[in-house]
Design a protein around this ligand. Structure first.
Ligand SMILES: O=c1ccn([C@@H]2O[C@H](COP(=O)(O)OP(=O)(O)O[C@H]3O[C@H](CO)[C@H](O)[C@H](O)[C@H]3O)[C@@H](O)[C@H]2O)c(=O)[nH]1
Length: 328
């Protein structure tokens, strides 16, 4: 029997590739569409790769005609906050215009269901933590604004065109597939866990700890690190939810536990048995002191619960990946 196809934009990226693996494991066929500007050929292992930019409406229309997907999972976007401040035009073009082009191609292809990557960045500086989905939406940088605009565009499209969406607001994705073979490989890398591992392995210089005087127990920023395989499972559950006729919704994905930068440094030390050389540095602009999610809504809507709730396990999977990675 033909497997139900799911079109995955950005399927050659970090969370996208883990989601393709999870889709395939439960019988879907993931069809990756990726411009390969940031994606990796080695990360596409569970279905075909269409090398195309989502803004290329002709290529996208042809892809929908060829594969007839039942739903789309939309990861393709630029993600670095600093880059979005320096070059907002590129972010609005790639993230917002790219999403509009994708939605147009979905309309032409009669595909009404989309699950997409939103971000904790839509909340801005939290008024209280843990953050619930009804927290005010006040992004403080262009990256966060592009994600909020994407949510708003989809909310407008639903009543007008009969579409359905699930916006997944991730907190800090971390870790790697425990089976090996895929993991986090951004270039340039700006995320804490891979940078700390690189410093421990001496493939990078000292890690810079951005700010030591935050209002947190040890003075460094606290984040909610959620395992990438758990995020992947939430995407699979969201696809099933929409295919079963579920209503559009926005859901936080986090573990509900916060870890400081210094706690991550210690977890990397424990995982690898090597200390992370680090130095204190000034605060990074736009970093809130504490970002921690409540994911009870994802639990009630999707039945989703993170399997990896222990920071040591999350960091161990990242460590193993970094020792084995193909492009290090
Ligand atoms: O070299 C570094 C890198 C990071 N940090 C600190 O480590 C924490 C985590 O930083 P990351 O850059 O790994 O993650 P962010 O919380 O900044 O970013 C997350 O949220 C962003 C939106 O706010 C984007 O979605 C991004 O992709 C996602 O990982 C922050 O407190 C940051 O200040 C350091 O101290 N040193």
């Amino acid at each position: 029997m033909e497997r139900t196809r799911i079109l995955v934009t950005g399927g050659a990226g970090y969370i996208g590739s883990h989601t393709c693996k999870a889709l395939s494991a439960v019988g879907f066929e993931p069809v990756t569409v990726d411009s390969m500007v940031r994606g990796h050929e080695w990360a596409v292992q569970w279905g075909p790769l269409v090398k195309a930019d989502i803004r290329d409406v002709d290529a996208m229309t042809a892809t929908f005609e060829k594969y007839r997907p039942a739903a789309v999972i939309h990861f393709a976007a630029f993600i670095e906050v600093g880059e979005s401040v320096a070059d907002p035009a590129t972010f609005y073009d790639n993230n917002v215009w790219g999403t509009l082009c994708l939605l147009r191609a979905m309309q032409r292809g009669n595909c009404p269901n989309i699950v997409f990557s939103s971000s904790a960045a839509v909340y801005g500086t939290p008024e209280q933590t843990p953050i619930r989905e009804d927290h005010p939406l006040n992004p403080i940088n262009p990256y966060g604004r592009t994600k909020l605009m994407m949510e708003q565009i989809m909310a407008d499209f639903d009543p007008a065109y009969g579409t359905h969406h699930v916006a997944l607001r991730y907190f800090n994705a971390a870790g790697a597939d425990p089976d090996g073979g895929i993991g986090e490989a951004h270039n340039p890398e700006t995320h804490l866990v891979p940078l700390a591992i690189g410093s421990a392995l001496k493939t990078r210089g000292h890690l810079k700890v951005f700010g030591q005087d935050y209002d947190t127990p040890d003075g460094t920023c606290v984040r909610d690190y959620v395992h990438v395989s758990d995020l992947a499972q939430a995407h699979v559950a969201s696809v099933r939810y929409l295919l079963d006729g579920g209503k559009s919704t926005a859901l936080n994905l986090g573990t509900g536990t916060g870890n400081s930068v210094l706690e991550i440094i210690e977890a990397v030390h424990r995982a690898g048995g090597v200390a992370v050389p680090y130095e204190n540095a000034v605060r990074r602009a736009g970093d809130p002191a504490r970002l921690v999610a409540t994911s009870t809504k994802a639990q009630s809507v999707l039945g989703w619960e993170p399997k990896y709730t222990d920071i040591d396990t999350i960091v161990q999977t990242a460590w193993r990946w970094h020792l084995s990675r193909k492009d290090a």
